[in-house]
Ligand binder design. Structure first.
Ligand SMILES: NC(=O)c1ccc[n+]([C@@H]2O[C@H](COP(=O)([O-])OP(=O)(O)OC[C@H]3O[C@@H](n4cnc5c(N)ncnc54)[C@H](OP(=O)(O)O)[C@@H]3O)[C@@H](O)[C@H]2O)c1
Length: 276
């Protein structure tokens, strides 16, 4: 019998898009998340467990989720603590005999210095993602790491939050290279099936946008009216962002063989607004 592929965070924005791809490729799939979930695809099961809680309850749900699994795609994550999640997962995965750990990280994980309290408050996520990468690479389990730029969905959700106030403050001088979440999912599925590959080329979206332009696009697409106010963000991490640390090197005019997403931010806005 084919071993199931475990997708941690397989109910999240990214993970849930990987599920049907692996299913269509004929693989049994298991997802893991803290919230109970029922998949409507045959051969896809969900295990409800908190990876963090697994340190206290000596494995529990996480151990059950890893039983018989050779490949894990690790998409569980949040704004904080991805390094702790990776540590707990790696401990359990080693015990379970996992042969391939696929990890999603973020472009700039190694280029956004988090040195002060201000940096940590705003960009601590990048330090945690970098620490998580170290946990994976030092795990002794064969691994693949893909760094992606910000997903269209994340940009949309962030702007949606910012638009709740009458003035939308954006980060002056900061650009984003949003990528389609489905394209990241497809790349992760491909990598998981191909076997351990180490750090693979970064995946970013097709265009680079100033944050204030993304905000204005969002407002136009949703028919809202807000004053957009770009404000300079303090700190070393913010300066690295202004220098483009969150963009792929191709986007920074240092051409490599990096794959580039095809779907644009405009495509995403069209899809969102015609769905509403
Ligand atoms: N969003 C972006 O722009 C972006 C860019 C580059 C990389 N990434 C990375 O991509 C990954 C997925 O991001 P996403 O946007 O899909 O996040 P998301 O929508 O917030 O989904 C997170 C998933 O992880 C699960 N999860 C969170 N904490 C968990 C825990 N302690 N134990 C078990 N499951 C847990 C959640 O399910 P429950 O809530 O039910 O537990 C959910 O399924 C993250 O590692 C993120 O850092 C994101």
């Amino acid at each position: 019998m084919t071993a199931p592929i475990l997708i941690t965070g397989g109910t999240g924005t990214l993970g849930r898009l990987i599920v049907p791809l692996l299913h269509q490729a004929g693989h049994p799939v298991r997802t893991l998340g803290r919230t109970p979930h029922q998949h409507d695809l045959d051969g896809v099961e969900h295990i409800t467990a908190d990876i963090n809680a697994s340190t206290r309850d000596t494995g529990g749900g996480l151990d059950a989720a890893l039983t018989g699994v050779h490949t894990v795609i690790h998409c569980a994550g949040s704004a904080k603590g991805d390094d702790d999640l990776a540590r707990t997962l790696v401990r359990a995965a080693r015990k379970a005999g996992v042969r391939h750990l696929v990890h999603i990280s973020v472009v700039g994980a190694d280029r956004v210095p988090v040195v002060s309290r201000v940096d940590r408050a705003m960009f601590g996520y990048f330090a945690a993602k970098h620490a998580a990468e170290h946990v994976i690479t030092g795990s002794g389990i064969p691994w693949t790491i893909l760094r992606a730029t910000q997903f269209h969905d994340w940009i949309w959700n962030t702007l949606h939050q910012l638009a709740k106030l009458p003035i939308m403050t954006t980060w002056r001088g900061v650009r984003f290279q949003p990528v389609d979440t489905g394209e990241v999912a497809a790349r992760l599925a491909e990598l998981a099936l191909a076997g351990p590959a180490g750090l693979v080329p970064d995946l970013g979206g097709p265009r680079v946008h100033r944050m204030e332009d993304l905000a204005r696009d969002y407002l136009r697409a949703t028919g809202r009216h807000r004053l957009v106010l770009p404000v300079k963000t303090p700190g070393t991490a913010a300066a690295a962002f202004r220098a483009g640390a969150n963009l792929t090197t191709d986007a920074l005019d240092q051409p490599t063989d990096q794959p580039t997403g095809r779907r644009t931010w405009q495509d995403h806005l069209t899809q969102r607004t015609t769905r509403q």
